[in-house]
Design a protein around this ligand. Sequence first.
Ligand code: ACO
Length: 436
Amino acid sequence: MKQTDYTATLSFSNGKPSVEMPVYAGSIGPDVVDIRKLYAQTGMFTYDPGFLSTASCQSTITYIDGDKGELLYRGYPIEQLAEHCDYLDTCYLLLNGELPNVKQRDDFHHLVNQHTMVHEQMQFFLRGFRRDAHPMAILTGLVGAMSAFYHDSTDVHNPEHRHIAAIRLIAKMPTLVAMAYKYKIGQPFMYPRNDLSYSGNFLRMMFGVPCEDYVVNPVLERALDRIFILHADHEQNASTSTVRLCASSGTNPFAAISAGVACLWGPAHGGANEACLNMLEEIQAMGGVAKVGEFMEKVKDKNSGVKLMGFGHRVYKNYDPRAKLMQETCNEVLKELGLENDPLFKLAKSLEKIALEDDYFVSRKLYPNVDFYSGIVQRAIGIPVDLFTGIFALARTVGWIAQLNEMIGDPEYKIGRPRQLFTGSAHRNVKPIEQR
Ligand code: ACO
């Protein structure tokens, strides 16, 4: 963090003395005003619910330029990573700051592969859930429960513990997600196969059965790998901030990541791709492409409460770069599966075309986000809609861990403890019950 050659002055209209605050510059992006001494100097807090103008930390991991529609992991554009690297390379990059060389790559892939199995007792724990439990309920439980299975990696202040917890989480998430799915549909769990790629192994654990060989389709394998890369990190979003806040108390990494899973579950965050697919299915049921105009009128009518799901983003005010890559992947997967005429894909394209030309969307800078096409890809692969957020959690686990590690390693790290503007009753006395 570099101090700039200018400062910010906060002045008050009530005669209070003004205060001067340092301003820091990052490598790119907006400068920040350091308000840490504000309370000591003035007895006042700042007010920013939703963190609209507040940087909660300094970070070197992910950078988003929402106006340009740019996403960088450790400085590398997401488009280049999606084209030249696989998900485990991306994990290495996010965790270590650099892309691996050949030896580092081999060692890292080998290391992750050594940890794909989960403790056998996990099965019995999983079997305690009802069959109709939502996969995110199961995952929140299973990930949190890992702290009860792996006692040698629970000290968040010990770098070795954090390292092994990171590898375990990255390696075991696909196994846990697939187990949650198999449990729900009543099929036997498939043990991992370490000679397969990360995403190939996941496909087999999801769709293979013990009585038949499973042949991994390379197009689907690559598509899934790309979904994982695109969702691996996204700087200080709600679930990542949850993980940081949770781990700031010194809790163990598995507990902190399970808090991230719980946060991601919400429809305003990880649940949006599910909502987008449901929307497409609803329009399809209404009559499909022919009803697009009618649906768009509802979207533009503020009183209808209808939104075009998969459109708009708090940060991106341009085409989400992940949406472009996802559309490409969508084309590849549908072609491979002979689903080029998939009605939902046609419908999505027609909605996108209309929206990109319509003044309502253009003037509000509303563009497709990553969720607009990812649901169609996942559905084509055979992933059930209620597992979409679980796939997102699997992919985001590495981002959560990288951010957690960065926080613990930051000499300025403190337990997260926001302030408040209290608007409730001031001091009052308890009256006897008959007088209330
Ligand atoms: N459809 C129709 N109108 C929209 C949409 C949409 N999808 N998104 C925003 N708008 C409108 C709003 O009504 C508002 O209009 P107004 O200025 O006339 O009042 C304007 O665009 C600005 O929208 P805000 O809600 O203020 O933007 P915000 O940054 O708070 O919201 C959000 C971003 C929540 C993503 C929103 O665009 C949305 O709800 N989109 C649909 C859900 C979705 O796809 N979420 C996925 C996000 S990506 C992810 O989490 C991985």
